[in-house]
Design a binder for this molecule. Structure first.
Ligand SMILES: [Fe+2]
Length: 387
């Protein structure tokens, strides 16, 4: 297991990796900023211009916005996760500063929030607007996969999602289907179009709602799972897209909040290559495994899955040809974390299954830049994690 491979040893983190209840936003200020900030410096990757094109609407993205690869055939995503933004002064301000700093460095084409974004009970709309303004003030669109804590307050989940879809620059579209047809809210397909021909899709992003809490008795894990009709929805979308592309699946990534059971399976397999930090006492998976991972295998399109939920997990493993990745905790002071804050960055190459990913820390440094799948499948030194 390649934990803390060049910076830390597990023993030094034991006192900080104590798991706190996700239901209790207990302030924990054991931040590793000083330690992690000592990582070797490296030049930021290529700066890309955000590209939003307001054009014709399509069946998957009713906002009418089109995301396209740039002329170099690259498309960059910054994943912010578990911000837990609240109104209380000072609690979230540092998270806002970090997000602003990271976007100034990375200049991505898209921001994706993978849940537990706004956890205030007071005025969620105002806080969501603050969070949304961070990318949109730079002309960067964003998308949201809801987390279990996004609807902990008095405002129900459907109303929270209405707030989200009403935000300027948000690529999520209002829910069309009933809960009986497709469970959850933030289930969404976002196509990324080719650089040269903006009418042709190149890659696909799937967002899922990993939901909040089930109400079944006699099981200690109360976090929900991705329901069967959501998987059916994905299968239908994926098959339709593959058919459209003459039988060849578009390379795709999936984003949601609660990790799949396969994360634990892959991370604990003998000889597992873990690129990053696994400090959260395992994986906080949902109550049951409903089979989304096997659906990904069957469709053959998704090559990377990106989640949040476990604030002190920030790793990538590779399992059956799919990268199972965590985002990097981007949140405020009102919830548990031991890691230095930051964000995961993903850089796609047009129409290819290969992508790069790294963690950009609040210090401005980046760590664990890897190329998926080569870092896991090749012995070529050029694919080793850097720095
Ligand atoms: Fe969280």
């Amino acid at each position: 297991m390649r934990l803390f491979n060049h910076l830390y040893n597990e023993k030094s983190f034991n006192h900080m990796s104590r798991k706190l209840s996700r239901r209790n936003f207990i302030k924990k200020t054991a931040i590793m900023a000083g330690t992690l900030g000592l990582a070797p410096s490296a030049a930021p990757s290529k700066i890309l211009s955000p590209c939003i094109m307001v054009g014709e609407q399509n069946e998957f993205n009713a906002t009418g916005r089109k995301l396209s690869f740039n002329r170099e055939g690259k498309f960059k995503i910054v994943q912010f996760t578990d911000i837990h933004a609240i109104e209380k002064k000072g609690e979230t301000d540092h998270a806002y500063d970090i997000m602003n700093r990271i976007l100034d460095i990375e200049m991505p084409d898209l921001v994706i929030y993978t849940g537990d974004v706004v956890t205030t009970d007071q005025n969620p709309k105002a806080i969501w607007e603050k969070v949304a303004n961070i990318p949109t003030s730079r002309g960067i669109p964003f998308a949201v996969a809801l987390g279990n804590h996004d609807s902990d307050g008095r405002v129900p989940r459907d109303k929270i999602y209405e707030i989200v879809t009403g935000l300027k620059g948000c690529l999520n579209t209002p829910k069309k289907e009933s809960i009986e047809e497709v469970y959850g809210y933030s289930n969404q397909v976002i196509p990324i179009y080719k650089s040269v021909n903006p009418d042709e899709k190149a890659n696909i992003i799937y967002l899922f709602d990993s939901n909040d809490y089930h109400n079944l008795p006699d099981i200690a894990v109360k976090d929900d799972w991705i329901r069967s009709n959501q998987i059916e929805w994905y299968l239908n979308q994926s098959k339709a897209l593959t058919k459209e592309n003459m039988g060849k699946p578009y390379p795709a990534l999936a984003f949601f909040h609660i990790p799949l059971h396969e994360y634990r399976f892959a991370a604990t397999a003998p000889g597992a290559k873990i690129m990053g930090w696994r400090l959260d006492n395992g994986e906080g998976v949902g109550a049951y495994n409903s089979g989304l991972f096997s659906a990904f295998l069957e469709c053959g399109d998704v090559k990377g899955v990106f989640v949040g939920h476990d604030h002190d997990n920030s790793y990538v493993v590779h399992h059956q040809g799919i990268a199972l990745a965590y985002g990097h905790f981007s949140g405020g002071l009102n919830t548990y974390h031991a890691l230095c804050r930051g964000a995961r960055v993903i850089e796609l190459t047009e129409s290819e299954e290969v992508f790069d990913t790294w963690v950009r820390l609040e210090t401005g440094r980046y760590l664990y830049r890897i190329t998926v799948p080569h870092t896991f499948t090749s012995n070529d030194p050029k694919y080793r994690p850097y720095p």
